[in-house]
Design a protein around this ligand. Sequence first.
Ligand code: UD1
Length: 340
Amino acid sequence: MKILVTGGLGFIGSHTVVELVNAGYEPVIVDDLSNSDPKILDQLAKIIGYKPVFHKLDLCDEAGVKALAVAEPDVAGIIHFAAFKAVGESVQKPLKYYRNNFYSLINLLDAYYSKPLNFVFSSSCTVYGQPEQLPVTEEAPVQPAQSPYGNTKQIAEEILKDMIASGTSSYKVVSLRYFNPVGAHETALIGELPIGVPQNLVPFITQTAIGKREKITVFGNDYDTPDGSCVRDYIHVVDLAKAHVAALKLAERDDYQGYDVFNLGTGQGSTVLEVIHAFEKATGVKVNYQIGPRRAGDVEKVWGDVTKSTNKLGWKTELGLETMMSSAWEWEKYIAQNPL
Ligand code: UD1
């Protein structure tokens, strides 16, 4: 079964391509290379044994997406990763985010509208804001978004729900709310490739450890958490990738209809300092860090209740924080020696 993977050369997309192949699917990658490198195709080939089919396409190009649907008519599912995701940049350039993240989604949905397809959407725990109850369940209220990026995820979920409610499309939709994906493939051939200065915690840790950055700043140590730094639910990207296969399998079932949403996390929170120390323990490499002020827009603590995903997706995480750190480190070392 062919599965269209938009953003398939990105961090989560590339790991999902591998897991799709492991599960017997045939991934077809669509990517505009705006935040990814075409050499990831060669890296994927080293893991899966062949170069997957690749279409270079900006999904905002409506005619291009229609042409894609003509070129790839027999896809059984779509996993839609392609989107801009930098929270800070989205505050500076909101129209860039709204234009890209909505045009691409709508063009894609339109192009395959009448086909009975399973559609898996990359959403985010950002929709919960600072939840009142932890761990946060899928039933928790969606809070006003803290950034245009977060708003694109909330509104995209609404778009998908409204589309299903209209009864006019043949899609079955699964939205996956990611907590904090980190780590890299065990081969160290694919991983996260931040452009410029990383905004996210783990790439900043690995770049500091390898000497690309002098030190990492811990954004705040006066939160109401065990050691004062923020708590997040870090999930290994390979576990996350496997959840996409589980989501497709769920949508393939005759008794699955319409729209549903699932948390993808481990169900456990870790503080920023715990993550840094887990990295040091897993790799034996010291991380030069300092405590700095809070970062605007950060929530204090969030981790997911994964009961629904465990029960309905038949999926659970297998890889812990130390494996997340050691695999991220192996990838950082690999890419330092083998720049793409
Ligand atoms: C954010 C978004 C998430 C989005 C992700 C993608 C929110 C609430 N979350 O995750 O939806 O998918 O970005 O980019 O909008 N930290 C440091 N020092 C650093 C970097 C990070 O202390 O140099 C801390 C942060 O304060 C935070 C934790 O590390 O507590 C994780 O930060 P980060 O990796 O940026 O992810 P989120 O902000 O949780």
